[in-house]
Design a protein around this ligand. Structure first.
Ligand code: SF4
Length: 399
C-alpha cells in the first residue's frame, strides 16, 4: 500500500479531476493521508492565470521536498515547460485529464482491496463535459484541455446515481464550458440532463457550476425551475462590463445581451467572474464593469487581475500597471462584499434549508453561506438571525 496526499488548484473541474485521481488510488487499495505523512503527492495544477501557475509550481516544489514522489496533473501539466527545472522526483503527467487516473494507477500499481472508512462527504462534482472551443483571446484553457466534448448522458446519470449511493446529498454538474454539453447520440441537451439527473432517487440538490451567458436561455431556466432538486443559483462569468473590452476578449456577447439574458431571474442568486486590468481597460471601462455588476444584481464576484498567458492572442499585451489592477480588484471586491451583505440582510427572519458541509457551516439552495450548527451531511431548517462577513448567522429550528 502507498500513502498519498492530494492538492488541487483552480476551478471545480480541477477539483473533480483531483477527486477522480483520488478515487482511483483508493480503489486500488492505497491510502490518503495528510501531506506531512504521505509518500506520494498529487498536485492537480491550474494555469488559468500567472498566479495560479506560480502557486501550482510552488506546491509541486514544496511537495518534492517532503514526499518520495510527486505527480503533477491538470491544466498546467499541458503547458509546455511550466514545471521545468523541478527536482527529479517530480513527474509531469500531461495529456487528457480523463486518462490521468488510469496512467497514474499504472505508475503506482495496485496494493490490494479498497479500504473504506473515509469521512462522509457532502457535495459531489460530476463532470459532464471537458474542453472548450470558444478561444476567448486571453484564455489558455482551450490550448491545454482541447476542444469541447461531452460525456454520454447515460454515463453522467450513472455517475450521479453512484455518488448518491455513496452518501452525497448534493451533485454539482461541472465542465470547462458546461453549456456546450450535448449528447447528440441520445439527443440530450443540458436542460434535458438537468431534468433527468434531478429526478435521481435520493438526490437532495442538483447544482450547475459556471455557465456562459450565451447558454442561459428559457429552456435551461425552465428546466431548473421545474426540477424541484435543481438549485436557483447561476455562476455566470461576465469578465467585463465594457463592450470594447468584451470585443477584445472575443467573448461573443455585449453588456446589453448579458443583462437581457438575466432578465426575470429575480428568484436566482447570481455570481460571476470578472477580469480586471485587461489590455486597454481604462478607468471608464472599469467603471462600466462596476456598474453592470450592480445592474445585473450579481451578489458575488470572483475577481481575477489579468495576466498574459502563453500561446493566447493577448500573450504580448499587458498595458495596465500592476498597481492599477490591484486597486481595481480591491474596489470590485469591496463592491461584491457590499452586494453579498445586502442580499444576506434581506433574508433576516426567513427560514431556509441548509446543507451542513463542514462543522458550523453550510449552504442554502441558492448557495448563500450560512453559519449554523448541525450534523455534517445533513439538511437542517434554520432561521436567519444576523449577518456576518462570512455569511448568515442562523439558528436551527426544531422539527
Ligand atoms: S469560454 Fe472562454 S474563458 Fe471560458 S474556458 Fe472557453 S476560452 Fe476560456
Amino acid at each position: 500500500m502507498t500513502t498519498f496526499s492530494v492538492r488541487f488548484l483552480g476551478c471545480k473541474v480541477s477539483y473533480s479531476d483531483a477527486d477522480a485521481l483520488k478515487e482511483r488510488l483508493l480503489a486500488d487499495g492505497h491510502s490518503e493521508e495528510g501531506s506531512g505523512e504521505a509518500e506520494i503527492a498529487l498536485v492537480n495544477s491550474c494555469c488559468v492565470t500567472r498566479e495560479a501557475l506560480a502557486k501550482s509550481r510552488q506546491a509541486a516544489a514544496k511537495a518534492a521536498r517532503t514526499h518520495r514522489r510527486v505527480f503533477v496533473t491538470g491544466c498546467g501539466a499541458n503547458l509546455e515547460g511550466a514545471f521545468a527545472g523541478l527536482p527529479e522526483n517530480v513527474t509531469v503527467l500531461s495529456g487528457q485529464s480523463a486518462e490521468a487516473p488510469e496512467r497514474l494507477a499504472g505508475l503506482i500499481g495496485r496494493a490490494g482491496r479498497a479500504i473504506d472508512g473515509r469521512p462522509k462527504r457532502v457535495r459531489a462534482f460530476v463532470q459532464i463535459q471537458d474542453g472548450c472551443s470558444f478561444f476567448c483571446s486571453y484564455c489558455v484553457v482551450p490550448l491545454v484541455r482541447g476542444p469541447a466534448r461531452s460525456k454520454p448522458a447515460e454515463a453522467v446519470l450513472a455517475e450521479v446515481r453512484r455518488r448518491i449511493a455513496r452518501g452525497h446529498k448534493e451533485v454539482v454538474l461541472s465542465g470547462i464550458n458546461l453549456g456546450c454539453f450535448h449528447d447528440s447520440a441520445a439527443s440530450v441537451s443540458l436542460a434535458g440532463l438537468v431534468r433527468e439527473a434531478g429526478k435521481t432517487p435520493g438526490l437532495e440538490r442538483l447544482r450547475l457550476s459556471s455557465i456562459e451567458i450565451n447558454h442561459v436561455g428559457p429552456e435551461l431556466v425552465a428546466a431548473i425551475r421545474e426540477t424541484p432538486t435543481a438549485c436557483r443559483h447561476l455562476h455566470v462569468p461576465l469578465q467585463s462590463g465594457d463592450d470594447g473590452v468584451l470585443r477584445a476578449m472575443k467573448r461573443h456577447y455585449d453588456s446589453a445581451t448579458f443583462l437581457r439574458r438575466l432578465e426575470g431571474l429575480d428568484d436566482f442568486n447570481l455570481s460571476s467572474d470578472v477580469i480586471v486590468g485587461f489590455p486597454g481597460e481604462d478607468e471608464a471601462a472599469f467603471g462600466r464593469t462596476l456598474d453592470l455588476v450592480g445592474r445585473a444584481s450579481i451578489s458575488k464576484v470572483h475577481v481575477f487581475p489579468y495576466s498574459p498567458r502563453p500561446g493566447t492572442a493577448t500573450e504580448g499585451a499587458d498595458d495596465v500597471p500592476a498597481q492599477v489592477k490591484k486597486e481595481r480588484a480591491a474596489r470590485l471586491r469591496d463592491s461584491s462584499k457590499s452586494a453579498s451583505l445586502r442580499r444576506w440582510r434581506g433574508k433576516i427572519g426567513m427560514e431556509e434549508r441548509i446543507l451542513i458541509d463542514r462543522p458550523g457551516r453550510g449552504y442554502a439552495t441558492d448557495y448563500t453561506p450560512w453559519l449554523v450548527d448541525g450534523p455534517v451531511g445533513e439538511i437542517v431548517q434554520a432561521e436567519a438571525e444576523s449577518v456576518t462577513e462570512q455569511g448568515i448567522a442562523g439558528r436551527v429550528r426544531q422539527p
